[in-house]
Design a protein around this ligand. Structure first.
Ligand SMILES: [Zn+2]
Ligand SMILES: [Zn+2]
Length: 155
């Protein structure tokens, strides 16, 4: 989504609001699935010697718990701002790539680590069973972790 800012550039102090959505099926991410279109809105302001971009992003994503790998959904909502010096902008048909800018801010707004619950106990080291469902059989007959590591080698 590129926005032409020719008109905005002519008038110091002028503001121009924008809003657009990025459809889920156009978005690709290795770790997260987008459950909703990404809504982006904000305003561009001509601040005299620079263009100020303010905006907010909203969507909902699904990823996996970093301890037990269960699917976890999370709302994402983030504000961003950016400043473009006038001399950085092309003089012929000046425009700002809001889609690219919003995408970059979205990427840094995604959680680094998702947890299904703050105290998720994760998976059993031996059998891979999620421990929040209760203790697995391994905990009844404890395996020496050094032997377990050897066992893994032969899998
Ligand atoms: Zn979990
Ligand atoms: Zn186990």
């Amino acid at each position: 989504m590129k926005m032409s800012i020719g008109r905005l550039l002519k008038e110091p102090g002028a503001e121009e609001a924008y809003s657009f959505i990025m459809e889920q099926d156009t978005l690709q991410h290795d770790e997260f699935k987008f459950l909703q279109p990404v809504k982006v809105q904000g305003v561009l302001t001509n601040a005299g010697n620079e263009i100020m971009l303010k905006g907010s992003i909203q969507t909902r994503v699904e990823g996996s718990c970093s301890r037990c790998l269960e699917a976890v959904q999370q709302d994402i909502s983030a504000d961003f701002d950016e400043v473009y010096a006038l001399e950085e902008l092309p003089t012929e048909e000046p425009e700002i790539d809001l889609g690219q800018c919003a995408w970059e801010f979205l990427m840094v707004s995604l959680p680094v680590k998702l947890l299904c619950s703050p105290d998720c106990p994760g998976l059993c080291f031996h059998c891979g069973k999620p421990l929040k469902d209760g203790a697995c059989d391994c905990q009844k007959d404890q395996i020496d972790p050094r032997l377990a590591a050897l066992k893994d080698l032969f899998k």
